[in-house]
Every structure is written in C-alpha cells, then in structure tokens.
Design a protein around this ligand. Structure first.
Ligand code: ADP
Ligand code: MG
Length: 238
C-alpha cells in the first residue's frame, strides 16, 4: 500500500510563491519521476510530501489518509538524499538500524533486518565500517539501505545519483530499478536528468516554475510533448 495524492498544493517562502496549484495522483507501487530545471520546485514538493516543509494551502494524503498536519515520523515514508546524510560516527550497521532503534525495535530483530537488507544491497562485508571508509556508491547504497529497513509505503529520492561519477551513476540507477522491481514500493524520484527519468519512470511529471507542465507515461511525453519546454526535457528532437 502506498498511494500518494496531492490536492491544490501551494507553497510560498515569505512572499514568494514557489509551488502553484499542484495536483498529483501517484498509484500504489508506481515509480513516479519529478523532472524539471533547477529551481522549478522539485525538492520543495518532495519535502512537502515528506512533511519536512509545510504547505501554504492544500492537502497531502498517503494511502488515502490526510497527513498534511503530521510530522515526517508519522508519515509512512523514507527519504534518500543526494548527500547520503549518514551519521559519520556510526558504522554502516548502526546507520542502517538507527531509525529502528529509535522506534524501539528489539536489538536482535534490528540486527536481522539490517543483515537481510545489507545482503540485498551487497553491503554485508561493509557492516562494521564507518562511512568515511566507503566509496560514494557504497555510501549511497547505505543510504538506500537505511530507507529500506523501515519498510515504508513510499520511498522519496532527491537526486540520489548526483554526487556519483558517470559509471557509478549507471550502476546505482540499475540498482534502484532492480529494487523497485523486487520490492514494488511506491517511489517518487526527483531528477533533472532525462535518461534517469526515461529509464526509471512509469509516470513522469514535468515541473516548470512550480507548476505541473505535463504528467504521464514516459512514451506519451516523449512522443507527444505538449510544448517545446517539455520537448526540451523529454521529447523527440524536432
Ligand atoms: P529544485 O529542487 O527544482 O531545484 P527547489 O524546490 O529547491 O527547486 O526550489 C524552488 C524555489 O524555491 C527556488 O526558487 C528556491 O530558491 C526556493 N526555495 C527553496 N527553499 C527555500 C527556502 N527554504 N526559503 C526560501 N526559498 C526557498
Ligand atoms: Mg532540488
């Protein structure tokens, strides 16, 4: 279970409107990509879904439940950031298990959950290492592992590949796709990269200046972009 509905979302910082009347329906199990240029409001929208940013007006529902007023912890989501955001003084295992520990899960159960997830991400040999002893790609996998152990209904990704070099980017992108195939968890993925959007997205939402310009399956946007702006991101060259 992991549907997400956004109704008439507006957001302003001070007097500046950055999100305008955004409405979106993301189905259970869907991989949805938000794409748009820098400053178009992608991160703000994702943070609104996560509860890290309050809306000015509008509602956010997860699994049909209005969560607009709920803090991040009470939303059934887990977020993967571009900067990994690992705790430097904790081992990989401790980083991955931290949220479960806070939630009061017994130690043995945490250890088992972490081991299972580490196996899936091929992180088992690294469990006792500190983040500083990991490569960028490994850190990003730990960051995904930390999200996965919590069994959320929805994964939120904010440009998770942008700090990786080109080769790793392709590898981790493949791992994210594989993860989605295996777990089927509803995912909302922010990027400004056309290839990532086309490879990963089942639905693509193009944002421009805080508005939804066009939303639909990748091929529809590719073949029938509604304007040159969408075409410049996703369309066939004309
Ligand atoms: P994107 O992720 O697409 O690059 P953002 O969501 O980060 O875009 O930003 C959208 C707009 O909102 C930008 O104009 C940005 O400067 C502004 N913005 C984002 N966060 C804040 C904030 N905390 N205070 C003021 N303005 C912000
Ligand atoms: Mg951003």
């Amino acid at each position: 279970m992991g549907s997400v509905s956004l109704h008439n979302i507006n957001k302003s910082f001070k007097a500046v409107d950055v999100i305008h009347d955004v409405a979106l329906e993301i189905e259970d199990g869907e991989f949805c990509v938000l794409i748009g240029p820098s400053g178009s409001g992608k991160s703000t929208l994702l943070r609104i879904i996560a509860g890290l940013e309050e809306v000015t007006t509008g509602t956010v529902s997860i699994n049909g439940k209005d969560v607009t007023e709920l803090p991040p912890k009470q939303r059934d989501i887990a977020m993967v950031f571009q900067t990994y955001a690992l705790y430097p003084q904790m081992t990989v295992a401790e980083n991955m298990g931290f949220a479960l520990k806070l939630a009061g899960m017994p130690k043995a159960q945490i250890a088992e959950k972490v081991r299972q997830t580490a196996r899936m991400l091929e992180l088992e040999p690294l469990l006792e290492r500190l983040p500083k002893a990991l490569s960028g790609g490994q850190r990003q996998r730990v960051s995904m592992g930390r999200a996965i152990v919590r069994d959320p209904s929805v994964f939120l990704f904010d440009e998770p590949l942008s700090n990786l070099d080109a080769k790793l980017r392709v590898q981790v992108r493949g791992e994210i796709a594989d993860l989605h195939r295996r777990l089927g968890t509803t995912s909302i993925y922010v990027t400004h990269d056309q290839v990532e959007a086309m490879t990963l997205g089942q639905k693509i939402v193009v944002l421009r200046d805080g508005r939804v310009e066009q939303a639909g399956p990748p091929l529809t946007l590719y073949n029938d972009p509604i304007n040159t702006f969408v075409a410049s991101f996703l369309g066939t060259p004309s």
